[in-house]
Design a protein around this ligand. Structure first.
Ligand code: HMG
Ligand code: MG
Length: 295
């Protein structure tokens, strides 16, 4: 076990985007706006706000253009997901300052998620990355199915590293490397992130874990050991990709904060504040969200 743990970790709250996109019941835009504000009040400084995807594919995100201008103004980074040129144009019209492009290592997953092969997606997205950098935007690349694919099984880590390198060469600021299915083990996580740390240089490296098999916290710990200091998580463990069969929510922000703070690692996020934020959306979900007995 490494004694070399960081003093501070950055959490990127993905609840408003990854968290809500899989929810069937539409959460009213005003409730999303209050959710964003309370997440900001709890100390979340970087957030995925929404995505400019097809409303036919993901109806929950249909209010992206309406919601983005209502983002709390004091956030360090308000990120929106963009799958293609059309989404990018829509995001620019809404004056976004930070975009996240998303591509799957697995061809089958990418086809189901974006209706393109991985190569077709990259061909479309790389010029957009360059354009976004020229405009001075913050650019994040989300790498889906970095470990396992619900349709193809295990993914060759070298294929994930190659895709990451393509984005690095195009000039992204951040890579968010995702275990879409929640199947990655702490050993796989340690191995891949240790290798990525050797090649990412100044590019921010973020780990994105889904908690389908309850390995999310173990994987956070494992990535920490590999030197990762940025984590995507979702309040209440909300989330999941509608196009990744069987996958459930992200590792829960309040649980990540609890674990890290108890080890003396500063997250600057209040668990009480997170739970207040969660109350803004749970009445609309028609299901209960269990959280541990923190208080
Ligand atoms: P398509 O059907 O191939 O689109 O879908 P198309 O280019 O053929 O266009 C068809 C119609 O959609 C046209 O309209 C376009 O204008 C419109 P029409 O002429 O028929 O009226 N259209 C759009 N409208 C709004 N916004 C757009 C857009 N693009 C086209 N951006 C498409 C391709 C990419 C649009 C579709 O597959 C899509 O929206 N996919 C999004 C899937 C998604 O949101 N997945 C979840 C996010 S990724 C994720 O959760 C993983 C992550 O968390 C990491 C991890 O855990 O792995 C990031
Ligand atoms: Mg995800």
């Amino acid at each position: 076990m490494s004694n070399d743990l960081p003093q501070k970790v950055t959490i990127i709250e993905v609840g408003p985007r990854d968290g809500l996109q899989n929810e069937k019941e539409f959460v009213p835009t005003e409730a999303k706006e209050r959710f964003l504000q309370k997440l900001a009040d709890s100390g979340c400084e970087e957030m995925e706000i929404t995505s400019f995807v097809s409303p036919k594919w993901v109806p929950q995100m249909q209010d992206a253009a309406e919601l983005l201008p209502k983002t709390p103004s004091d956030l360090k980074r308000a990120i929106v997901l963009v799958p293609n040129a059309k989404g990018y144009e829509r995001a620019l019209v809404s004056e976004t300052q930070a975009v996240a492009f998303f591509v799957g290592v697995s061809e089958t997953f990418n086809k189901r998620n974006i209706n393109r092969t991985t190569a077709e997606s990259m061909e479309a997205v790389i010029p957009l990355v360059k354009d976004a950098k020229e405009r001075g935007l913050f650019v994040r690349a989300c790498i889906s199915t970095s470990f396992h694919c619900p349709y193809e099984g295990s993914i060759d880590p070298e294929a994930t590293i190659r895709l990451c390198n393509q984005f690095i060469e195009a000039g992204v600021d951040e890579l968010s490397v995702a275990d879409t299915t929640g199947l990655a083990t702490p050993l796989e996580v340690y191995t891949l992130f240790s290798k990525l740390k050797e090649t990412t240089g100044d590019v921010l490296l973020t780990a994105h874990f889904h908690d389908t098999y309850k390995m999310g916290l173990a994987n956070v710990w494992s990535a920490l050991q590999a030197g990762v200091t940025r984590f995507d998580s979702s309040v209440g463990g909300l989330g999941g990709c509608p196009f990744a069969k069987g996958a459930t929510g992200n590792v829960a922000t309040e649980e990540v904060v609890f674990m890290l703070e108890r080890m003396g690692i500063d997250t600057s996020i209040s668990i009480a504040g997170l739970l207040l934020a969660l109350e803004e959306v749970t009445p609309h979900l028609k299901r209960t969200i269990d959280t541990p007995p923190f208080f």
